[in-house]
Structure formats: structure tokens, C-alpha cells
Design a protein around this ligand. Structure first.
Ligand code: MG
Length: 389
């Protein structure tokens, strides 16, 4: 641990530690209690450790590439729907709203939220499934685990150490996503909250995107009790809404219903449980999330989305094409490892060719992978790309 920094504006403005002491609840993760970073660094004068983590993630190459990675729907389907990047910002926004009200550490929440999907390969879950199959016998592939490899090894930002040198709390929070079953202590409340906000976010925006893309209609969505109630409430309040306004009011209602529920349920429980610090909160069976009734309604909604949206014929075709392209590109680089960028050729010497090719492909945007694939097709695979990872 390092000495606490003096305020950069002596006698005028509080340090981050002083501000947190006033604003955060005892059960929040206070920056002064951070276990620190793997490689020693002097503390910053006016940014707390989790603010620095957020900035490091924001400025990383892997974060910028989220703009070119699909969430559920691809660019071929239009430009209205969410990308992995806009999904990430929606998660961060909802998580901060809830975190501020519950007096949790917003800087940590934002860092965790911006980080949570950074390990996704191109082509969403179809891409992840393909890479996992390609790496069978070589450790498989998980986007949650790949996020840690990015943060600890792949990002190049500092001459003194590899990776981003994030705080232990952000790395542990991500690690807990990879090993949810095996941990004895629960994750920090901030980590639990980002998971809850992720679920609130995708449940709402997938309804929005699916409606806008015409994959489902409002009448079908009304099979889901939660959506039927919200549509009913909206129509009680506004009688002659256009289809677009009804869709937007439904999505707004869906986010608002979930956020209010989490705030009411968790606000009440946190007051009742009155954890004295973040460590005690982790030992409790209490988890940040919706109450039982809403959790069950969300599960009905997710079953509907799975059957009617994620397995929609149009999406299944796209998934199939994506798997073929990613699989063929993987095989190409296994057979032509001299065409990997130099750093991945070098990395293959330490982690093996299969894992190195997997990491190279995982970093690509959808568009870059498409380009690699078409170059392979049209030039017999002799063209090298410009992406350096
Ligand atoms: Mg997510």
C-alpha cells in the first residue's frame, strides 16, 4: 500500500478518499481499502484507483473495438440496434443510477461495467461457441476469462509492465464471473450490481431491437406477463400511441420497472442488514438483484426472448455463417502461422499456436474478421491483414 495522497488543492477541495467517506455507505467498497495493483504505482493526486481503472479501460484498444462487435444483431440487419459498445454504456448508466442511490462506489461500478464485456470475440455468442470448439483440448474459450488476459497481458500501454495493471477489485470482480459456483465469499456488492444491471439492460434492449427489426410484434410480446402488464399500464396512460411510441414507452417502462424494483428491494434489505463494511456484506447470502417475483417474471421474458428472438430463423442463419467464417479463419492461421502478426507468432512460442490464434481472432471486430475471410477466399489465403492486436 502507498501513502495517502494529499489533496491537489490544499484546504479547498476534498480528496477522493474524503469524498467517499462522506458519500458512500459503510458496505460500499471504499477506495482506501483497495488491495492495490500487481505492479507498484504511485497513487494519483486527484483520481482514485477505480477512476484510474475506468480510464485505463476506456482508453484500451479492446474497449474501442467493442464498437465493431455485435451484441445480438449484426450490421447486416440495420443500424438501429445495440452494438457491444452501446450495450456496455447502457449497463454502466443503469448500474451507476442504482449504485448512487444505494450509496455504493460509482467509480468501481463504472470500471466494472466498462470492463465486463471487453473479452467478447467477433460475432457475439456464435463467435464464442466457435472459438470454444476450435480450442477444445487447448483450454477452450470464455469471453469472461479472455477479458482478464486482455487486462493482464495483451493490452500494451506501459513500458514498465504488461497489461493495464488494474486494481485487484476489478480483476477479482471479473474473475468471479468466470467461477460463479466455486467461490465461498460472494462478490463485492458493486460486482453483484453490475451483473444485475447487465440483465436489466439486455432484457430491455433486446425487446426494443427485436421489435424495431420486426422479428417479433407487440401482440406476441404480450404472451409474457411482465410485458403485458407494462403495455397495459402504458395504454391506460396514453390512448393513441403510434407503434414506435408504444415500443419506446414499453422499453422505458421495462427498464424503469426493473430499476425501481431493485432499488426498493435492495434499499430495504441493505437498511435492515446494516452491513458494517464490504467484507461483512460479502459473507451474507443477500444478493443485489430484483425481488423473487420480478426475478421469476424476468425469467419468463428471457425464455420468450430465447425462443422467439435469439433462435429466430434470421439470426440462426447469421450465426451459422458467422461460425463458418470464424472456423475457417481459425484453421487458416493454424495452417499459415507465418501470416500471424509478429506479436502473436511470438506469443505462440509461450502459450502454443492454438491459443495464440484464438486470442488473435478474439480481438478482431466483426468487420475485420469478414475482411480476413473474404481475402482468404479471393486470394487463396495469401493476403495478410493489418490488424496487429
Ligand atoms: Mg453484457
Amino acid at each position: 500500500m502507498t501513502a495517502r495522497p494529499q489533496s491537489v488543492f490544499p484546504n479547498q477541495l476534498p480528496t477522493y478518499a474524503e469524498r467517499e467517506r462522506v458519500l458512500l455507505a459503510p458496505y460500499a467498497m471504499h477506495s482506501v481499502d483497495s488491495k492495490g495493483r500487481r505492479y507498484f504505482e504511485t497513487e494519483h493526486q486527484y483520481r482514485g484507483p477505480f477512476q484510474r481503472d475506468r480510464d485505463r479501460i476506456l482508453h484500451s484498444a479492446a474497449f474501442r473495438r467493442l464498437s465493431g462487435k455485435m451484441q445480438v444483431f449484426t450490421g447486416e440487419m440495420g443500424d438501429y440496434h445495440r452494438t457491444r459498445l452501446t450495450h456496455t454504456y447502457e449497463v454502466a448508466s443503469i448500474a451507476r443510477t442504482i449504485g448512487r442511490t444505494l450509496r455504493l462506489n460509482e467509480d468501481l461500478i463504472e470500471a466494472l461495467a466498462l470492463f465486463h464485456d471487453i473479452g467478447h470475440p467477433p460475432f457475439g455468442h456464435a463467435g464464442e461457441d466457435t472459438l470454444h470448439a476450435c480450442l477444445e483440448g487447448y483450454g477452450g474459450f470464455s469471453h469472461n476469462r479472455h477479458a482478464l488476459t486482455i487486462a493482464e497481458e495483451l493490452e500494451v500501454r506501459y513500458h514498465a509492465f504488461p497489461g493495464l495493471n488494474l486494481t485487484s477489485e476489478v480483476l477479482e470482480g471479473q474473475f468471479e464471473r468466470t467461477a460463479k459456483q466455486s467461490n465461498s465469499a460472494a462478490p463485492l456488492l458493486e460486482v453483484q450490481l453490475v451483473d444485475a444491471a447487465d440483465s436489466i439492460t439486455y432484457d430491455a434492449h433486446d425487446v426494443d431491437d427485436a421489435l424495431k427489426l420486426g422479428l417479433v410484434q407487440i401482440a406476441e410480446l404480450k404472451q409474457v406477463p411482465l410485458l403485458r402488464e407494462i403495455v397495459h399500464d402504458v395504454q391506460q396512460e396514453h390512448t393513441c400511441l403510434s407503434a414506435d411510441h408504444l415500443r419506446m414507452a414499453l422499453v422505458h417502462g421495462l427498464i424503469d420497472r426493473q430499476v425501481r424494483n431493485v432499488l426498493a428491494y435492495c434499499g430495504h434489505k441493505l437498511k435492515e442488514l446494516a452491513f458494517e463494511n464490504a467484507t461483512i456484506a460479502r459473507q451474507s447470502p443477500f444478493r443485489i438483484g430484483p425481488d423473487k417475483e420480478l426475478a421469476s417474471q424476468k425469467s419468463e421474458l428471457e425464455t420468450f426472448l430465447y425462443e422467439y428472438v435469439y433462435r429466430h430463423r434470421k439470426l440462426m442463419e447469421i450465426r451459422h455463417t458467422a461460425k463458418t467464417k470464424l472456423g475457417a479463419t481459425f484453421t487458416f492461421y493454424i495452417d499459415h502461422h507465418d501470416q500471424l502478426p509478429p506479436r502473436y507468432q511470438k506469443r505462440a512460442e509461450s502459450i502454443g499456436l492454438h491459443r495464440s490464434v484464438g486470442e488473435y481472432l478474439a480481438g478482431m471486430t466483426d468487420r475485420f474478421l469478414e475482411k480476413q475471410f473474404s481475402q482468404m477466399q479471393s486470394r487463396g489465403g495469401e493476403e495478410n491483414g493489418v490488424y496487429e492486436g
